[in-house]
Write a protein that binds this ligand. Sequence first.
Ligand SMILES: [Zn+2]
Length: 42
Amino acid sequence: MVKVEEYHGFVQCQYCHQPISHNIKTDGEFKVVYVKCRCSRS
Ligand SMILES: [Zn+2]
């Protein structure tokens, strides 16, 4: 489990407008967590 210390928003897919990545801070480090948007599912 990833503990999120700060949330810095997300990036939207320009096609389906679903989130494709979340910008978070965890354990003192900035990380980008990529998620699958609607049109990248196969
Ligand atoms: Zn998409």
